[in-house]
Design a protein around this ligand. Structure first.
Ligand code: SF4
Length: 196
């Protein structure tokens, strides 16, 4: 005996047709993306950058100078650090007495050969990465004492120099410009490839 069909083919087709018509009616309006709010949140809260850019930004905005001021250019550095020129805006107000806590040596003044080993030792004790600014004619080339038997004709004879700031002495504006140039140099550093 055949089993009686509960639904005829026609009834099934009609039911399916109704379902499709309902879907078509509802599809006139696009269903909003339930995660749409995320786009706005991402735009407001997420900054996409590279590790290099973040590290360079952190390094250049928190340079801590180390004392190395054997002569008169030191006074111009003191002026640069004081309120009028205010290097604290560059995150540099903490001048360290210990080389282990500093990453920028500003060499300001005449260096004698007798003092040279101490300066080299201070440089060696600074943590990497580290930078050096040669401030003034004496630091760059020995200045007016260049031909003296006892004077080092430029700090670059004993340690690498990143930025030279000429003058006798350089004014605070010049030192500030040198610091900005160093910032630019630091911005081009890559942790994997050195200087870009
Ligand atoms: S450059 Fe001029 S101001 Fe600076 S340490 Fe030499 S002599 Fe002094």
């Amino acid at each position: 005996m055949e089993i009686e069909e509960v639904y005829s083919r026609q009834q099934l087709d009609e039911a399916e047709g109704r379902q499709i018509n309902e879907l078509i009616a509802r599809s006139q309006r696009i269903i909003p993306d339930p995660d749409g709010w995320l786009d706005e949140e991402l735009k407001r809260n997420i900054l996409v950058t590279s590790v290099d850019a973040v590290l360079d930004w952190a390094r250049r905005t928190s340079l801590w100078p180390v004392f190395c001021f054997p002569a008169c250019c030191a006074f111009e550095f003191m002026t640069t650090a004081a309120s009028r020129f205010d290097i604290s805006r560059f995150g540099m107000e903490i001048v360290r007495a210990s080389p282990r806590q500093g990453d920028l040596m500003i060499t300001a003044g005449t260096l004698t050969w007798k003092m040279a080993p101490q300066v080299k030792r201070i440089y060696d004790q600074m943590a990497e990465p580290k930078w050096v600014i040669a401030m003034g004619a004496c630091a760059i080339s020995g200045g007016i004492f260049r031909s003296s038997y006892s004077v080092v004709p430029g700090y670059n004879r004993i340690i690498p120099i990143d930025v030279y700031v000429p003058g006798c002495p350089p004014r605070p504006e010049a030192l500030r410009y040198g610091i900005r140039m160093l910032h630019k140099k630091i911005s081009k550093t890559s942790i994997t490839r050195g200087v870009r």
